[in-house]
Design a protein around this ligand. Structure first.
Ligand code: NAP
Ligand code: GLV
Length: 309
């Protein structure tokens, strides 16, 4: 069996070592040195160029190095009828939960206001806000969102989650579907986005949605930049609908040097690092799927292409 690895951001070496140790017969090839493309059975990829998969006539599976597969599914030239698997937690649940908790605490504990006061050399104690008065609303309670919800519950925040199907998670108030979105938003002080990017969720966080949050709410986006209408976030920050935003992902990455988010006093920018796939945590999942592919068993973590996640 031959595997083709493609990523401009992931080091192939730890993947190759871990996979070779478990499956010594597997032929691990790294793009662009792929040899005869007809040999390739399976790919392990992060954001390959559009049409890249068309070169492999005998491809049997596509394994994503990431949890989100939006970039793969947006490729209109992706071969049909081949399973695509994604990372299911694989060490990212913990990292995403840490980022979400940090974002919520940053705003709850007014760290943005204190950073501003420090820049101005002002000693200005602010009125504390009790944790019970700082409800957090999580968009998407899947593999990653559910772990953030559990951590925030443990920290004492009132937590509500909005999903497509009803959820029953300890301490989390469940809202589902468009019919419950208004109620979900109206009781949310910090909105934390964990949705996958699909045709349904693209541009979902726009001015109309932000206006349905209580005035002066906060946004933490660690899912995808395509969920957010960036100009609407800037307008909401200007008119006070939003009091602050922590953004890890952007419509265009890397964020251009002249983007207003970089220097906005109410925006915290990080460079798509909320969770990073690491071979030491994630290789076991890939190895299990390679073994299954070799043995003709169904793969795990297969994406529903029609649903988009
Ligand atoms: P997941 O397990 O597939 O969960 C997705 C959740 O979103 C589910 O709860 C699903 O609801 C909900 N959802 C999807 N479409 C919806 C819709 N139209 N309306 C309402 N709810 C909807 O995904 P995951 O593993 O938690 O990952 C979430 C996302 O995190 C990924 O897609 C990726 O974009 C992002 N991510 C970002 C980073 C980073 O570093 N910034 C790292 C890893 C992942 P149901 O449960 O009802 O289906
Ligand atoms: C990273 O953004 C991922 O989807 O894993």
């Amino acid at each position: 069996m031959a595997l083709a690895f493609y990523s401009e951001t992931d080091d192939p070496r730890p993947w190759r070592e871990a996979i070779r140790a478990a499956l010594p017969d597997l032929d691990f090839r790294i793009a662009p040195d792929l040899g005869n493309p007809s040999d390739i059975d399976v790919t392990l990829v992060w954001k390959p160029p559009r049409g890249w998969h068309r070169q492999f006539p005998n491809l049997r599976a596509i394994l994503s190095l990431g949890a989100g597969v939006d970039a793969l599914l947006e490729d209109t030239e992706l071969p049909e009828g081949i399973p695509i698997t994604r990372m299911v937690d694989a060490g990212m649940g913990r990292q995403m939960a840490e980022y979400a908790a940090y974002g919520v605490m940053h705003f709850h504990r007014r760290m943005d206001d204190y950073a501003q006061a420090q820049r101005e050399g002002r000693w200005t104690p602010l009125e504390p806000v009790a944790v019970r008065d700082f409800p957090v609303g999580i968009l998407g309670l899947g593999v990653l969102g559910a772990q953030a919800a559990a951590l925030l519950v443990a920290m004492g925040y009132p937590v509500r989650g909005w999903t497509r199907s009803r959820k029953s998670l300890a301490g989390v108030e469940s809202f589902c579907g468009m019919q419950e979105l208004d109620r979900f938003l109206a009781g949310t002080r910090a909105l934390v986005n964990f949705l996958p990017l699909t045709p349904e969720t693209r541009g979902f966080i726009d001015g109309a949605l932000l206006a349905r949050l209580p005035r002066g709410a906060y946004l933490v986006n660690l899912a995808r930049g395509g969920h957010v209408v960036e100009d609407d976030v800037l307008s909401a920050l200007e008119d006070g609908a939003l009091a602050g935003a922590m953004l890890d992902v952007f419509a265009k990455e890397p964020l251009s040097a002249d983007h207003p988010f970089w220097r906005h006093p109410r925006v915290v920018v990080t460079p798509h690092v909320a969770a990073v796939t690491q071979a030491e945590d994630a290789a076991a999942q890939v190895i299990e799927n390679l073994r299954r592919l070799r043995d003709g068993e169904p793969l795990r973590g297969v994406v529903d292409r029609a649903r988009g996640y």
